[in-house]
Design a protein around this ligand. Structure first.
Ligand SMILES: [Zn+2]
Length: 343
């Protein structure tokens, strides 16, 4: 079968090529991929910075949606042809944390496309626990775009962030796919939603979608601007996927007792914070990664019941998957980039 796969690190080593077909072992299903959505994670994997030992060729891609093609021994309730979206997070399902329902805290947590052969392929094999039938009114492209970013956003806001109706929220870096998923899930629930970006165009798009106000972080101090826009109060919750210097800015934008949930470090892995501010204002810094089975199911129920749909910036034919990854690197998009594999 064909896959968008790496034969080394770097964009110059990404191409459409022949790879071995997957087979469903006990408890597993083979999904014939219809659409695969791209994530920043794919760029980390292809750059080689993750320090994982890959075997070449390595198919990229975490997010995907498609149809069940074959099922392994012991698989129940999933028939060939069933339309499913894939939760790209693998966990052992046997340790104490998995058994307590916290699959994303599993010590053997792994991701499709990062540690395991990914979804930018005609077929992928996953445990039956990782596929979720989705409502008829969602397209394959939309269902694929609900993977990494919506699962992560749901857990950041509601499970780790404990967001309550009416709270004031700051989302950093509104250009990114995760930030937009956060916005879409939070907007109907939050009292006010503030956003940051270095691009006025992206701030304007967020305002048109219902953001309360935007802050251009390349021109203004985020903490000062948010305090000024909230009558010195600050926000209840900041959700951040940039890391680096934005953590201290997030802390300075919070009200006393506020919390920041971090699920990424695209702007830097080290952060310097004002410890006085942390303890005096009784702030919380919380990490978050992907989601538990409950987070995934709750997110899907929320999306299907509310009519909410992921923002799609562009779709690409399978043959142009490498070009789509290069487009992702340029960070000029607003919404998800999705590759149609077997349309
Ligand atoms: Zn486990």
């Amino acid at each position: 079968m064909k896959a968008i796969a790496l034969t080394g690190y770097g964009h110059e080593n990404v191409s459409l090529q022949d790879v071995a077909e997957p087979e469903a072992g006990p408890g597993e299903v083979v999904v014939r991929i219809k659409a695969a959505a791209l994530n920043h994670l794919d760029l980390f994997t292809l750059s080689g910075v993750l320090g994982i030992e890959h075997q070449w060729p390595h198919p990229l891609g975490a997010d995907g949606a498609g149809e069940i093609e074959t099922t392994g021994d012991g698989v129940k309730g999933l028939k060939p042809g069933t339309r499913v979206m894939i939760n790209p997070a693998h966990s052992c399902r046997q340790c104490e944390l998995c058994r307590a329902g916290e699959q994303s805290e599993c010590p053997r947590f792994r991701m499709l496309g990062e540690h395991l052969p990914g979804t930018l392929a005609e077929k992928v094999v996953v445990p039956q626990t990782n596929v979720y039938p989705f409502p008829e009114d969602l397209s394959f492209v939309e269902a694929a775009a609900l993977g990494v970013t919506f699962i992560t956003a749901y857990r950041m806001l509601f499970t780790r962030g404990q967001m309550r109706p009416g709270e004031w929220l700051l989302i950093t870096g509104i250009g990114g796919g995760l930030a937009q998923s956060l916005f879409q899930l939070a907007r109907p629930v939050a009292g006010r939603v503030f956003v940051t970006s270095s691009s006025q165009e992206k701030l304007d798009k967020a305002l048109a979608m219902g953001a309360t106000a935007g802050v251009n972080y390349s021109e203004e101090d985020v903490g000062k601007a948010i305090r000024q826009k909230t009558g010195k109060r600050g926000v209840d919750l900041v959700v951040d996927s940039a890391g680096g210097p934005s953590i201290d800015q997030a802390l300075s934008a919070l009200r006393k007792g506020g919390r920041v949930v971090v699920a990424g470090a695209t702007a830097g892995q080290k952060a310097e914070i004002n410890v006085n501010r942390l303890f005096w204002n009784q702030l919380s810094i919380v990490g978050s990664t992907m989601g538990s089975d409950t987070d995934v199911a709750d997110m899907l129920r929320l999306v299907s019941g509310s009519g909410l749909r992921p923002l799609i910036h562009a779709t690409y034919p399978f043959e142009e998957g490498a070009a789509a990854l290069a487009e992702l690197e340029r960070q000029e998009h607003f919404g998800k980039l999705v590759v149609e594999v077997n349309p």
